[in-house]
Design a protein around this ligand. Structure first.
Ligand code: 6PG
Length: 249
C-alpha cells in the first residue's frame, strides 16, 4: 500500500574539505540557534573518522570558538571504538583534541570504549534514556547527528552484512564488526532516523560509488548509510568535488 512521505534532502558540493567545513559550521550554527530558541539546549552527536576533523578545527578557530553557545550544547557520540579515551583510535579522543579541548564545552558524554562492550552499550543507553527523559519504546531526538560514510557504505558503526542494522528497539548496541575484527559501540538506526538533522560529511573519489547509491532515494536502501533518511528531519549531504565526480574515467 503506498504511503506518502517526504524526505527533506539537501546536497552541497564543495571544492574541498575546508569549504565543506565552512558550510557545515554555518548549518550547525543555524541548527543550534533554532534548538536553543525552542528547547534551551542543542543536542549534538558526533561521529569519528577523519572527515569531521576539518570541521572540528574550524569550530576551534578564533573565528568560531566564541560563536557557538557551548554552555548550551550537549555533545554525545554516534559511535566509538572499543578503546580507551587516550587511544589514537578513540572517537572521543579525536573530538577532545581537535574541538572540545579548545572551546568552552563542558557538557559532553562519551561512550566508555575501555569498558566491556556489552556493559558500555547498556550504560550509554541508560544515559540517553535519562538525559532525554525517555519512556519505554521512545527514542532520543538529537538536533543534529554528524555522520560519515565508509567506502563500503557503512555509517556510524553500522556495517553491511552485520546484524546491527536490523536493530529496531535498542538505542545503543555493541557490534562485533567481522570486517574490522573488532567490537564497536554505536547508536542504532532508529535513533539516527529520529534526528532533526542528519548531516553527512563525505570526501574522496573512492566514495563516489557508494555516495551515488546513498543519494538515490528512489531505490530500495541497500547500504547502511542509505537507510538513514529521517522522516521528521533534514537529510543533508555535504561532499567534496572528488566524491561527487568520482575517479577520472
Ligand atoms: C568511525 C565513524 C565511521 C566513519 C566512517 C568514515 O568511528 O569510524 O563513525 O562511521 O564516519 O568510517 O570515516 P572517514 O571519515 O575516516 O572516511
Amino acid at each position: 500500500m503506498f504511503r506518502s512521505r517526504s524526505i527533506h534532502l539537501s546536497l552541497h558540493i564543495h571544492k574541498n574539505p575546508a569549504a565543506m567545513a565552512e558550510r557545515a559550521a554555518h548549518l550547525l550554527a543555524d541548527c543550534c540557534e533554532q534548538a536553543i530558541a525552542e528547547r534551551g539546549v542543542f543536542n549534538l552527536a558526533l561521529s569519528g573518522g577523519s572527515t569531521p576533523i576539518p570541521l572540528f578545527r574550524l569550530l576551534s578557530s578564533s573565528d568560531w570558538a566564541e560563536r557557538l553557545p557551548w554552555e548550551k550544547i550537549a555533545v554525545y557520540w554516534v559511535d566509538e571504538r572499543c578503546v580507551g579515551p587516550e587511544h589514537p583510535q578513540s572517537n572521543y579522543g579525536v573530538a577532545r583534541r581537535e574541538l572540545l579541548g579548545n572551546v568552552p564545552a563542558t557538557r559532553f558524554y562519551r561512550m566508555k570504549g575501555e569498558a566491556d562492550p556489552v556493559d558500555a552499550a547498556l550504560a550509554y543507553e541508560k544515559l540517553l534514556r535519562e538525559h532525554f527523559n525517555l519512556g519505554p519504546g521512545e527514542f532520543p531526538r538529537f538536533d543534529c547527528v554528524i555522520l560519515g560514510m565508509g567506502d563500503d557504505g557503512h555509517t556510524a558503526s553500522l556495517f553491511p552484512g552485520e546484524p546491527g542494522l536490523q536493530e529496531c528497539e535498542r538505542l545503543v548496541i555493541d557490534q562485533y564488526v567481522r570486517r574490522l575484527k573488532t567490537d564497536r559501540l554505536t547508536l542504532t538506526l532508529p535513533v539516527l532516523n529520529n534526528a532533526r538533522c542528519c548531516l553527512f560529511l563525505v570526501t574522496g573519489e573512492e566514495k563516489h560509488d557508494v555516495l551515488s547509491k546513498a543519494l538515490n532515494l528512489l531505490s530500495e536502501p541497500s547500504l547502511p548509510a542509505h537507510f538513514v533518511r529521517p522522516p521528521s528531519g533534514d537529510l543533508v549531504w555535504i561532499v567534496d568535488d572528488a566524491a561527487a565526480r568520482g575517479p577520472e574515467k
